[in-house]
Design a binder for this molecule. Structure first.
Ligand code: ADP
Length: 517
């Protein structure tokens, strides 16, 4: 280590030796790895390393002395940090780098390396000191962090792309649908409208966007009930469903519009916006009106000749000659039966058209309700021997209502319970009193009704798809029943499971003053 001694120092050889020992001990005690290289020899060999350096690299002192530092780089040569060190050595300057090094067994460690030149009196660099720390753990954590950041950025990028795409997708749906759409802010100001809205109402964007909903046109949406419903959407999240507005709209005249409104929510965003969808149902209403007119005229027209036929059949029965042929008697009886059935069908059709025009008339009088049920069941049982109709329970013997219409309800429910349960043998009727209502349930063990159909079977002319061909019917029985029960202030509903059977129940208020819609 002669080269370490410098002409400027004037210690005695003993002092120098003691100091040198002390210095070496101090360096060996350090936790930093240290090396000294001799810049005056070819290839700048390492002439000193401390214990920490041995530990860090796995090489022993004798394996290190005389070698160039590149020993630690293994095959990993293409690091820009190497150029920084090379440059510093050439320029005789300090540098600090974090460089990948490898232990004797080839294990990677990150070396935080400080390189400092030692200069002699003439300013020439004679040696370099390298101080190193193994910063692998920190480096790994940093790299992991960078990796995580990278992953996050990629995710954000992908997400943004998806959001952008779905926004574009929604925007194109918004503009293409054949329904008029408006988006409102919480103060009911129009944020946007779609193309179909402009086309339907023959207005411009300038006339609508930014305006209050209730100021639009000639105030067509300024309806107290609609206002109340719309105002409760944001606080309660209750949508407005199928609200009809019939109005003389500017530019387009009298129209019937069906309005549905919901709070907008797109993945937790835009929660304070309201989307209104408006459908022009004027044409549909007109077709329905014509259908109703036709129904009403046809059933009236059919009824007149049928009443005459019914009269003639009754006369045939009354004036049947004594000892008439059995076959002939039978034919006349059957004719009577079918005329009666036709009469019931036409009466039902008439009921539908009366309900439509609001002309159904109920004649409410007190009668024995339970007796009516037992008698109706008895009548149904006589005509249907295949099923046993069992009645249980009691409700009341004093109910004020339209007896013949309630008989019609029971007949409909019972005949459906028989018709749609061809393989079952039993129908159960249960009577009870619940609070101040009477309750009647008709249970069958037949084909049942899917939950989608359950929502629609009380609509007029609705029949469950798969039964159309197999069972006769017009899909008006339940509609009429529902209206009759409603007109008595009651409720009719169904509970059913496909393949297991159905229970149709209704309640009627016992109190006469609640006994109307
Ligand atoms: P119709 O029996 O003439 O079709 P309804 O109005 O009485 O008309 O019934 C409407 C529809 O409800 C029927 O077409 C049938 O699909 C379904 N339905 C009614 N009652 C039952 C029942 N007890 N079991 C299964 N389906 C029923």
């Amino acid at each position: 280590m002669d080269s370490l001694t410098n002409g400027e120092f004037s210690f005695s050889p003993e002092t120098q030796h003691r100091d040198f020992e002390l210095l070496t001990q101090a360096l060996d005690a350090s936790i930093s790895g240290m090396i000294i290289t001799d810049n005056q020899q070819p290839d700048n060999p390492i002439i000193y390393c401390n214990t920490a350096f041995e530990k860090m690299t796995g090489y022993s002192r004798k394996e290190i002395i005389g070698r160039n530092c590149r020993l630690l780089q293994g095959e990993d040569r293409s690091q820009k940090e190497r150029d920084i060190i090379k440059n510093a050595i050439q320029q005789g300057e300090h540098c600090v780098v974090e460089i990948r090094n490898y232990t004797k067994t080839g294990e990677l460690f990150w070396n935080e390396l400080y390189v400092s030149p030692i200069k002699n009196a003439t300013g020439n660099v004679t040696h370099f000191i390298g101080v190193q720390h193994d910063v692998t753990r920190r480096k790994k954590a940093e790299l992991e962090l960078l990796h995580q950041q990278d992953v996050m950025e990629k995710k954000i990028e992908e997400r943004t792309k998806v959001i952008r795409e779905s926004e574009e997708y929604l925007a194109s749906i918004y503009q293409t649908v054949r329904e008029s759409l408006i988006v409102l802010d919480p103060d009911f100001k129009v944020l946007s409208i779609n193309y179909h809205f402009l086309k339907t109402f023959k207005v411009s964007v300038g006339e609508t966007e930014g305006k209050g909903l209730y100021e639009l046109g000639n105030g067509q949406w300024n309806i107290a009930k609609l206002k109340e419903l719309l105002e409760s959407i944001l606080p309660t999240n209750n949508p407005v469903e199928n609200f009809e507005v019939e109005h003389d709209f500017p530019h387009i005249g009298r129209k019937v519009m069906l309005l549905n409104a919901h709070r907008v929510e797109l993945e937790g965003q835009y929660k304070d916006r309201i989307l209104i969808a408006i459908e022009d149902i004027t044409d549909r209403r007109e077709i329905e009106r014509r259908k109703d007119d036709f129904l009403s005229i046809a059933s009236h027209e059919l009824r007149t000749p049928l009443t005459t036929i019914k009269g003639y059949v009754q006369m045939m029965i009354r004036f049947m000659p004594e000892g008439a042929n059995e076959k002939f008697k039978n034919i006349v009886d059957k004719t009577g039966l079918y005329v009666e059935r036709l009469n019931t069908l036409i009466a039902e059709l008439l009921d539908v058209s009366r309900i439509q025009t609001g002309n159904i008339e109920l004649h409410k009088e007190p009668f024995d309700f339970d007796k009516m049920i037992y008698e109706t069941v008895e009548g149904m049982q006589t005509a249907n021997k295949e099923h046993r109709i069992i009645v249980r329970g009691r409700s009341t013997n004093n109910f004020t209502g339209d007896e013949s219409h309630l008989v019609q309800v029971m007949n409909n429910l019972l005949s459906n319970a028989i018709k749609y349960a061809p393989d079952a043998r039993e129908v159960q009727v249960y009577l009870s009193l619940v609070s101040n209502y009477l309750k009647v349930s008709v249970t069958d063990y037949g084909m049942g009704i899917s939950s989608d159909d359950q929502k629609r079977i009380f609509e007029r002319f609705y029949r469950a798809g798969e039964i159309q061909q197999h069972f006769p019917g017009m899909g008006i029985g339940l509609y009429v029943c529902d209206q009759i029960i409603k007109n008595h202030g009651g409720i009719l509903w169904v509970e059913s499971e496909k393949g297991k059977g159905s229970t149709f129940s209704f309640t009627l208020p016992l109190n006469e003053k609640d006994n109307h819609e």
